[in-house]
Every structure is written in C-alpha cells, then in structure tokens.
Design a protein around this ligand. Structure first.
Ligand code: CP
Length: 334
C-alpha cells in the first residue's frame, strides 16, 4: 500500500491485511515493552489544517511505538497564515526529512491531490479531508466490530470479515467523512449498512451508495442491528443554519434515554447485545444521551485505543510497501 487515501480503494484482501497487521500491533501494545524498531530512522509528519484530538495524538503515539521520529505541524501558527501554498508547505516538510505525511485538510480531495501531484515522494495518509473520507477511522471501527464478533464467537479475529453483521449509521451523513469511509469499508467486509438520517442531512447521490437509507431511526433500530454508530452533528459546517432544529433532531434522530433503553433490551443480529459506537467528539444531549455516552456498551474509548494499533499498521504498511514483512517478528526495543 503506497498511500491510504480512501476506503473505496481497498479490496477485501487489502482491508483484511490492514486489520490483521493491526492485530499484530495490538499484541505489541498489550506487552510491557510496547516499542518496535520497524520505522527507526523514518520521519512521520502530522500535517493538520483542521483541529483534532484523537486522530493526531493516536498517529503520534503509533509512529513513536514504531520508533519513528514525529513532527507535528498545525496550520494555525504556521506560515500557512502568511499565504504559503500546500505545495510549498509539503515540499518544506519533505526537505526537513518527511517520509510519510499524515494530513487532515478542510478540502475534500486534498489528500488525493497531494498523492497525485508529484510535489513530494512521501507516503500520504488521509487523516480526514473535508466532508469526504476518514479511512483510518473506518478501519478502527471495523477492527472494533471484528474484535467484538470474535470475542462472542470464540473465533480468532485474524482473517475474518464482518459478513452477517448489520450496522446502523445515524445522523449528519451529509457532512460526515466517517460515514462515507464506513459505508465503503463495512460493505467491502461483508456487513450490511443502514443510514438513518433526516432528509436535509443526506447527500445528493446517496441512493447510489451500497446501503439502505431510512428517515426513521426507530425503524432502523427495530431491525436488530449489531451496532448503532452515532455521528457527531457538525454544526460548524452548517453555516449557522441547523435544519432540523436541535430539539427536533434529538427527538427524531438522537439516541435518547428511551431509545437506548429499548436498544439495550434487544439482541443484535450476530452480537448478543447491540454496541453503541461514536467516532468522537460526542455532543452529549444532542445526538447521544448521557446514559448511552457513559454505558459499557459504548465503544467510543475502545475505538480510540484500537486506533493506535490500526494507525501503527497503516504507517508500517505505507512505509514498507515494497516489503511489509511481519512487524511483530522484529525484536522489541529495550
Ligand atoms: N474521530 C476523530 O476524527 O476525532 P478527532 O477529530 O478528535 O481526531
């Protein structure tokens, strides 16, 4: 894998290779000595034009656990504010030694533009581009689902896909790069996906996506999902016009205390009890009630922890794409 730009680029075999490598990385993370020398002498630049807590910090932790050097670049406070272009910015970072550029950008398509431009020879990892894609979020979501499925069936997660699982993705699909990346990846891995959203928060062309679409969250919850993925309402992308209103949104599309109680009392299709997922950050009281946010069935923090293993796998695969080898076979650092 030369770059990671979109989950739509991943075949089932590619996706399983990332998830299986992430399982090896998780085994390293569970050891007392968590470092591998796999990326010693390599430099990873986290180039963030939009704010982030989870993605930026977990890429930093992932790179450090593989012994890479890490440079964190935030557009705020940089020469971007003086008008420096993306081309000049990335060429400057490569001159400083970047081998991989992990980029979050407000513009949909920015990561692919960088990878295709020829401006730099670095590997490019998309850490979220506008409202388009967030591939490592979808990979860590799939990793989390696969681990729960394996734990319940007693099977090894390695080598298995998500066939027979049903995931409902709820809310602000229009602005969600998490939803897009998950629809492509989960269906590639054999899961069934339903989108539940108000009509005003669905993108044009959603009918052509490989999933069901409903305006009724209650109808979607009644169909025995294995996981309900609540999306953050992205008010900052709505230009001050939030349709429907916050109250109406919560009543119709929020995981309220009532809906959460009903969900908790039912079985999933393959899991004994449905999971609640959230990419974070959560708008408590808007898309998710405090009882669901703080429930042990909510995997939000587990997703964050799994994100380090998944990002270790991605960095390992893009930086060793000509010879990925087995990362866990490398001796541990003292
Ligand atoms: N899920 C996610 O992308 O969170 P951050 O914006 O905090 O990175």
């Amino acid at each position: 894998m030369r770059h990671l730009l979109s989950t739509a680029d991943l075949s089932r075999a590619d996706a399983l290779a990332v998830l299986d490598t992430a399982e090896e990385m998780a085994a390293v993370n569970e050891r007392e000595v968590k470092k591998l020398p796999a990326l010693r002498g390599r430099t990873v630049v986290n180039l963030f034009f939009e704010d982030s807590t989870r993605t930026r910090i977990s890429f930093e932790a992932a790179a450090k656990r593989l012994s890479a050097d890490v440079i964190n670049f935030s557009a705020k406070g940089s020469s971007v504010s003086k008008g420096e272009s993306l081309k000049d910015t990335v060429q400057t970072l490569e001159a400083i030694g970047a081998d991989a550029i992990v980029m979050r950008h407000w513009s949909s398509g920015a990561a692919r533009q960088l990878a295709d431009s020829g401006w730099v020879g670095s590997a490019v990892v998309n850490a979220g581009d506008g409202t388009h894609e967030h591939p490592t979020q979808a990979l860590l979501d799939a990793f989390t689902l696969r681990r729960h499925l394996a734990a319940e069936t007693g099977a090894s997660p390695t080598g298995t896909d998500l066939a027979g699982m049903h995931v409902v993705i709820v809310g602000d699909i229009l602005h969600s790069r998490v939803a897009r990346s998950n629809v492509w990846l989960l269906t590639t891995l054999g899961a069934e996906v339903t989108l539940a959203a108000p009509p005003t928060l669905l993108p044009v062309g959603v009918d052509a996506w490989p999933c069901r679409v409903t305006y009724s969250l209650d109808e979607a919850l009644a169909a025995a999902p294995d996981a309900v993925m609540m999306l953050r309402v992205q008010a900052e992308r709505m230009g001050g016009a939030f349709f429907p209103s916050a109250g109406e949104y919560t009543r119709s599309w929020g995981l309220t205390a009532d809906r959460f109680a009903r969900l908790s009392a039912q079985r999933g299709g393959r899991l004994a009890q449905p999971l609640v997922m959230h990419p974070g950050p959560m708008n408590r009281g808007l898309e998710i009630c405090p009882a669901a946010a703080d429930s042990p069935r909510n995997t939000a923090l587990e997703q964050v922890a799994n994100g380090v293993s998944v990002r270790m796998a991605v960095l390992h695969l893009v930086l060793n794409h000509d010879d990925p080898g087995r990362p866990s076979a490398a001796p541990a650092q003292p």
